[in-house]
Write a protein that binds this ligand. Structure first.
Ligand SMILES: [Zn+2]
Length: 618
């Protein structure tokens, strides 16, 4: 029996027996929503009106149910003086009435979505100034919309405080830089960015509606939370913080509101098992830290909370409910971690562990522990990776052939592409979809022009997508099918918003240049350039040789062939955007001392980005 099919049967059973408590929580306190469900800039926005009634054949019923809950949208009263706008973005934004104004928690991904949420609040709850913004953690869907709530000028004038966990700014920026281009390409699969939004396409990521596409902003924090137990009072509301670094994000925090008996669990407790390693790629997260911090949250807050709200998903009501939820959710991460490690230490490899590891019945039947965003399968592999890395210790796997030559040899060994496609057809007929995908992937990697192989693989991916309980897996399979059939949709390389660039340190930007260096060109040259950034009073030394670019901050070399004095935007524009260096020198904006051609040699080393690299084909 195919694992995916048994999951499908289980999903049907669970949905049939649903007590619908989550639906009640999702609608609790509804006040109003927008008339136009699409938030527009020039397009974009979220609308999931198709998610009605029973699941169609094209959707796993458990994911269908999850998507219905996650796309309930509007302004909700969570408790006295605590409100949320949900369903406008992948994340939720919370508004806490601090008497003389609002504390706004996690202002969504884009300025447009945050502005729309704030407008809804103002329309129904009246006009109040913003006193503070809280970023619970360093992911873009929790700060990118801050420009729709307040402005850098308001913050600078001291009228609005911005509160974040220690390390926020560094991580907010660094997570998106060095590996940013690859993550962006891969995230199109995870979020189904190019899929139609319909019953046979994208229907949330399992964590929340599709992230809003709009303008990104970032305002640096004015207040950092540096220890658990730290209290900050805004207006007449006091918050008690719990730092949870290294859980869902490298810088993250929960907080408790004693006067409202309410706890905010950031993205540490969700309506799904979360990701330890998102499919878009990231530094692997720590399941043990996650479980341990949840244990601390339970000790600190659970028993004295009447309401729990969070940065995604739905709130929960009632102390017993909150205590049970946090305990059971914690136990899922603890089980995942401990049992993966137990099996690992008993000699199982990551693929073997992923195949056998399931939560105990009592935990796996709880909706919030099911794998809508993360899954037990890929999270078990993430735990293995965290401790042991990619190598499973089998010498055959130490240095195998890369996919393309390996596929050519497999296909030849199995009697040619037509024979392999025939084997795959049999596998499909027997419901062995994962095996069929493996066979057909070899066909496509041996010969990407094999039309029958491509089409059958696309149809297998489509079925795997329709059966998947995880929104992420569904999006990944359906995007794979889309790209096999029509090629990768050509999107431009991702850019950085001006706020994001301003917050990025020069060493981080020079790291980003270094990881784009053409090695042959850099091996053929050896030179040093002093850079003086006149607008920031910064000095950097760049040394090129042996195929690498080295940069050092606060260092200048008297023997360097060139010294360049310029403002930082000129450094960015000449290195990354193609602004001609010579023209800026001629206009007097850049001053040079020495051999100016060295700077042009430096620019020539940096390779263009490859925004649409192939994934499902060689
Ligand atoms: Zn998030």
């Amino acid at each position: 029996m195919e694992a995916a099919l048994s999951t499908l049967d289980e999903a049907r059973e669970l949905v049939a027996a649903d007590d619908r408590v989550d639906f009640a929580f999702a609608r609790h306190g509804f006040i109003a929503t927008r008339e136009d469900p699409v938030i527009r800039r020039d397009g974009g926005g979220t609308a999931y009106a198709f998610l009605l009634g029973e699941a169609p054949e094209t959707a796993n019923p458990s994911l269908w149910r999850q998507a219905q809950i996650l796309t309930e949208h509007g302004l909700f009263k969570v408790a006295d003086r605590i409100f949320q706008v949900r369903g406008f973005d992948v994340s939720t934004v919370s508004f806490i009435d601090a008497g003389s104004g609002w504390i706004v928690v996690d202002p969504l991904t884009s300025v447009e979505a945050a502005r729309a949420a704030f407008a809804l609040v103002t329309e129904h709850l009246g006009e109040k100034p913003v006193l503070a913004v809280i970023y619970s953690h360093s992911h873009m869907d929790h700060y990118g919309g801050v420009g729709g709530i307040t402005s850098a000028a308001e913050v600078k004038a001291g009228r609005v405080r911005v509160i974040a966990p220690e390390g926020f700014l560094e991580h907010a920026v660094s997570e998106n830089i060095i590996a940013g281009p690859a993550m962006l390409r891969r995230s199109r699969f995870q979020f189904g960015v190019t899929l139609p939004r319909c019953a046979h396409g994208e229907m949330t990521s399992g964590l929340g509606p599709c992230p809003s596409l709009g303008s990104l902003s970032l305002i640096a924090p004015t207040d950092l939370v540096t220890f658990t137990g730290q209290e900050i009072t805004i207006g007449d509301v006091t918050m008690v913080f719990q730092l949870t670094p290294g859980t869902e994000a490298p810088a993250e925090m929960n907080f408790y509101l004693p006067q409202f008996r309410a706890v905010f669990m950031a993205e540490n407790a969700n309506l799904t098992m979360h990701n330890l390693l998102p499919a878009r790629g990231a530094l692997v997260r720590d399941a043990k830290a996650w479980a341990d911090y949840l244990t601390e949250s339970i000790r600190l807050f659970a028993g004295k909370s009447d309401v729990m709200f969070a940065a995604h998903g739905i709130p929960r009501f009632g102390t017993d409910e909150i205590v049970a939820f946090l305990n059971n959710h914690r136990d899922a991460y603890k089980f995942l971690h401990d049992q993966t490690v137990r099996l690992m230490n008993a000699g199982l490899t990551s693929r073997e562990i992923a195949e056998v590891l399931t939560l105990p019945d009592v935990l796996r039947k709880q909706w919030f522990n099911r794998g809508y965003y993360g899954t037990m399968s890929h999270n078990a592999k993430a735990v293995y990776q965290r401790y042991l890395g990619w190598y499973d210790a089998n010498p055959a796997h130490l240095n195998p052939l890369p996919p393309e030559p390996e596929a050519k040899r497999y296909v030849a060994a199995m009697g040619g592409a037509s024979a392999v496609v025939a084997l795959a057809e049999t596998a499909v007929a027997e419901g062995e979809l994962r095996w069929a995908a493996t066979l057909l992937n070899h066909v496509v990697f041996a010969d990407e022009t094999h039309a029958a192989g491509r089409e059958l693989l696309a149809s297998v991916y489509t079925r795997l997508g329709f059966e998947a309980e995880a929104g992420t897996w569904r999006n990944i399979y359906l995007t794979g099918a889309q790209e096999l059939r029509g090629g990768a949709i050509q999107l431009p390389p991702g850019g950085f918003s001006p706020d994001m660039l301003a917050a990025t340190t020069t060493p981080m930007l020079l790291d980003f240049a270094a990881v784009r260096v053409n090695p042959e060109k850099a091996a053929a040259r050896a030179f040093r350039i002093n850079i003086e950034l006149t607008d920031r009073d910064e000095r950097h030394l760049i040394s090129v040789g042996n195929g690498v670019l080295i940069h050092e901050s606060g260092v200048q070399d008297g023997a360097a062939g060139l010294t360049v004095r310029m403002a930082r935007p000129d450094l960015l524009m000449t290195l990354f955007i193609g602004l001609p260096f010579a023209a800026r020198v001629e206009s007097g904006d850049i001053a040079v001392e020495g051999d100016g051609s060295l700077y042009e040699a430096l620019v020539d080393l940096i390779e263009p980005l490859v925004p649409n690299f192939p994934i499902v084909t060689p």
